[in-house]
Design a protein around this ligand. Structure first.
Ligand code: DX5
Ligand code: ZN
Length: 244
């Protein structure tokens, strides 16, 4: 009988909110990040998604642990590491207050060790809260890459765009891959949160909810330069309607 995911308060909190959105900050006004996040909190958002890019795994660089740490928020800090050699670096993101640490299968030859390392660490915000370990897959990576580490993760992130930029179009293969991922999770007998990241808009969010993800990462649809709070509320409402 495969082991179930450890049921930590953090895991339960997200499971209870699912399906919901995790808002990507890549296209936010980074000079006013504090007030941007406060708007999201007021709109009812529960998770904030940090896209960390190192200019090596991804063509451009974004930010590192200091920015994750600098953000003061009650929202769940969902940290997506699009970086090379995460084994050496995950500890710094945990220290910076990450609640979810997601690494890429393509970025690490010692994936199993990364998850062992993360399992030994405590949530720096509150040790009793739990820390979630996530695995991310690029659109061109076979889903079979998940199988060896299924016992070690609490979240599986299916990237629906290529890593590096906000505002791209959802890949045509994304629905099929999400469905395959969902079946793999069901077959595993473990409760693993399924996350779809990239290319989600107001126009396609209802369809995306229908594919069964627990978390939907959305960035540019929120930070389109106009009204982030209204956009977030509209996306949350669309999720609520589509799940009903
Ligand atoms: C892609 C990132 C995504 C992306 C989401 O590199 O992992 O999180 O920025 O942004 P949108 O919603 O604009 O696709
Ligand atoms: Zn992301």
């Amino acid at each position: 009988m495969p082991g179930r995911a450890p049921v930590t308060p953090l895991f339960q909190e997200i499971r209870a909110a699912a399906p919901t959105i995790s808002v990507g900050m890549l296209t936010a006004d980074l000079l006013n990040l504090g007030s941007e996040i406060a708007l999201l909190e007021a709109a009812g958002v529960k998770l904030v998604h940090f896209d960390v890019m190192d200019g090596c795994f991804c063509p451009i660089a974004s930010f590192g642990p200091p920015l994750v740490k600098a953000v003061r928020t009650p929202l769940v800090k969902d940290v997506h590491l699009m970086i090379a050699d995460p084994l050496q670096k995950v500890g710094d993101y945990v220290k910076a207050g990450a609640d979810i640490v997601t690494v890429h299968a393509e970025a690490e030859r010692h994936l199993h060790r990364v998850f062992q390392e993360l399992a030994a660490l405590e949530n720096a915000n509150d040790p009793g809260r739990g820390l979630l370990r996530g695995l991310a897959l690029n659109p061109g990576t076979p889903l079979a890459a998940v199988e060896p580490v299924l016992e070690q993760i609490e979240l599986l992130l299916v990237l629906a765009v290529n890593p590096g930029w906000g505002g791209q179009k959802l890949a045509a293969e994304a629905p099929r891959r999400l469905e395959q991922a969902r079946r793999m999770i069901e077959d595993s007998g473990r409760d693993i949160l399924l996350c779809l990241d990239g290319g989600v808009t107001r126009a396609n969010i209802a369809e995306v909810v229908g594919l069964g993800p627990d978390l939907i990462v959305t960035g540019s649809a929120i930070f389109d330069g106009k009204a982030p709070a209204d956009n977030a509320r509209a996306m949350l409402d669309a999720v609520a309607v589509a799940r009903a």
